[in-house]
Design a protein around this ligand. Sequence first.
Ligand code: IMP
Ligand code: MG
Length: 182
Amino acid sequence: MQDDLERILFHERTILHRLDEMAATISRDYRKRDLTVIAVLNGSLIFMADLLRRIPLPLKLDSLSVASYHGKTETSGEVVFKQVALPDVVDRHVLLLDDILDSGHTLAAIRDKLETANPRTIRVCVLLSKKKTRARRVKADYVGFEIEDEFVVGYGLDFMERYRNLPCIGVLRKDLVAQTAP
Ligand code: IMP
Ligand code: MG
């Protein structure tokens, strides 16, 4: 799998070190609050597992599943919720976890929908944030790493459902993306 990468951006130890710092900040910020973490599946699975085990708070965990990519590297802009019921977040402090903030469509749609369920606050935490002009404005309150506008895989991030189990994060070779493009 590593041979499919053009280059590695973050090794596992670099990611885990950054998670130590993020978890310390989040733990401090939510010390006296009823925290509900909502993870956006599948991309945030590995990030979620490693981050939450570093947060020693009595938090609740829920998840949401959406589809926005339809197997390509460009977002379609359409965000489809895969479940009908929203997590119960009334009066809770919600922390939305996702793998990456790209166009902003996904997190903006989820944030808007969760707001209808009357949480006390909503904040956003992403492992990666692409430096680019977004189609929708989303404020990321906690960001692991800022990256250039390139297609990356690994540590939960996929290309057509592959590479999620790579322990590092890297840029996928352009020829592989081109081969499978529609
Ligand atoms: P957005 O709606 O464009 O912000 O995209 C968010 C979702 O698209 C993320 O949760 C990822 O699943 C996926 N995505 C965006 N950029 C990448 C990437 O570089 N690699 C893998 N998945 C990505
Ligand atoms: Mg994806």
